[in-house]
Ligand binder design. Sequence first.
Ligand code: MN
Length: 242
Amino acid sequence: MIDFHCHVDLYPDPQHIIQECVLRNIYVLSVTTTPSAFHGTNALTTGMPRIRTALGLHPQLAHERKHELRLFTQLLPSVRYVGEIGLDGSPELKQHWDDQVLVFRSILRECQAVGGRILSIHTRRATSAVLDHLEQHTSAGVPVLHWFSGTTAELKRAIAMGCWFSVGPAMLATQKGRAIILQMPRDRILPETDGPFVQLQGLPAYPWDVNRVVEYLVSAWDVSNNAVRDQLRHNLRTLTSS
Ligand code: MN
């Protein structure tokens, strides 16, 4: 299976999680929240081709870590995946909005300069703003909007712009989340967990909890478990060969 947005380095025991992912043959996009975390996180999975490390600068840390943009630029040519990046319009972060925009736009510009990357993007309470900036940087790469929580109109706009979506157990917890997944193109969905930030029954979500997404899609799409898995594998191949 596939977990296309997981903070592997932030579990109390990353080695254990990684071993389990290798045993279960799970493809993981291991996202980071700061450029300075990239090397250490990447080193955790040396020689494990199915666990890929993304270079990120999380919008919630933009104001504290904007000086790491220089390191981001240095590391970018050597990576294929960028994330977690994006914008967060939550009330407690509004005071740092200008820094968030500065960091996000700078990253999109850098991605354009190196020919585009696959981008795992945070959009909480900021979907329209994220789409506005993506629209101004169309060659930054392929945007994968993680944990989409926007409106149906915003979803339609994102689809028209060519965005992909990674959906996790947290979205399944609400009627709104379940309904929005149904409106996403089946050939642009990947599973994710956002562990360990996302908690399930008091425990951090683990990469193998993407099975909950598979189970939901089996019933929502009314197809077999194998058909869902085939579709998701096909999607990953399409995205990574783009
Ligand atoms: Mn995340």
